[in-house]
Design a protein around this ligand. Structure first.
Ligand code: NCD
Length: 309
């Protein structure tokens, strides 16, 4: 079985069978990760560079761990310690690195479309690790994996995506993935943080009422307010956001049903999620992080199988 694409630029470009193949392959890698010896030789002699032009904790470590578990040779690049600060363009940076014979590039960049631009100019396989406000495909894949693991399937599941939908690449990748795989999606948040065309473009439901969304859903995927991407105030204060859209224990208990709580991290405790909810038994937040390594192993393994030498 092969993926229909040589790169992972976004969920938008994937077919449902690509998503199925990645999730099923990740299940096998998760099983490998439970063994005493977690390393497999699948990517021996494959060189991967992690190019992070934007801050990251989980995603960077998760990719690096996935690469090392697959026995790839790994290079790490972060902007602050590089010649980018001397004025070099992204394409020059990447071409210099590639002339040292690198097979795959994992790219995080604050500009939407950066990995798509690179894919037009270089021959290595590219994995998008988050581009601006556009997509974060491996996050949506690990979210989908975690929903399936917790509930049995994606088909027919009701997923609420809560918070800053407008600036979130996690939201867009999740919407693409969940609608392709037959789940139902409702987005909930303040009107100023929800793009107007969502229903027409994607067939998702929109509500500005958090309790209504939680009452409806099986799973709530809760997002961080992306203050760094908002150049004008879109709500009055974080405190008021918490009152209207934060998830507290009291609110969860008032639903009189059990829902699953997810969050891609980093959590702003006391803003979108109260601590006792983030740490509570509805939360699968740390399982998401654990599953991220297996999902990224699957993506790298499948793309490496298509490398032209
Ligand atoms: C997300 C991101 O960077 O897009 N985090 C992540 O990769 N786990 C979400 C966020 O920053 O809020």
């Amino acid at each position: 079985m092969k993926l229909s694409t040589p790169h992972l630029l976004g969920i938008k470009d994937l077919l449902p069978q690509d998503i199925r193949l990645i999730i099923d392959t990740a299940k096998q890698f998760k099983e490998v990760l439970q063994r005493p010896i977690k390393k497999v030789p699948s990517l021996r002699d494959v060189t991967i560079v992690n190019l992070f032009f934007e801050n990251s904790t989980r995603t960077r470590i998760s990719f690096e761990l996935a690469e090392r578990r697959l026995s790839a040779d790994v290079l790490n690049f972060t902007t602050s310690a590089s010649s980018v600060s001397k004025g070099e363009t992204m394409l020059d940076t990447v071409n210099n690195i590639l002339s040292m014979k690198v097979d795959m590039v994992v790219l995080r960049h604050s500009a939407s479309g950066a990995p798509h631009f690179l894919a037009k100019h270089i021959s290595s396989a590219i994995v998008n690790a988050g581009d601006g406000t556009n997509e974060h495909p491996t996050q949506a894949l690990l979210d989908a994996y975690s929903i399936e693991e917790a509930t049995g399937s994606l088909q027919g599941k009701k997923i609420a995506i809560v918070g800053d939908i407008m600036h979130s690449r996690v939201a867009l990748s999740n919407i693409h993935l969940l609608t392709k795989m037959g789940a139902e999606v409702t987005v909930a948040g303040p009107p100023t943080l929800i793009p107007k065309y969502l229903t027409e473009a994607f067939g998702v439901n929109v509500t500005y009422n958090l309790k209504e969304a939680l009452q409806w859903c099986d799973v709530a995927n809760v997002l961080r307010i992306q203050l760094e991407r908002q150049n004008q105030p879109l709500f009055s204060s974080l405190r008021e956001y918490n009152i209207a859209y934060g998830i507290s224990r009291k609110l969860l208990d008032s639903l009189q049903k059990k829902i699953i709580i997810m969050h891609p991290g980093p959590i702003n405790r006391g803003v979108e999620l109260d601590s006792d909810v983030a740490n509570g038994n509805e939360s699968i937040i740390l399982q998401q992080v654990e599953n991220g390594v297996a999902v990224r192993m699957a993506v790298l393994y499948l793309l490496a199988g298509q490398l032209v030498n």
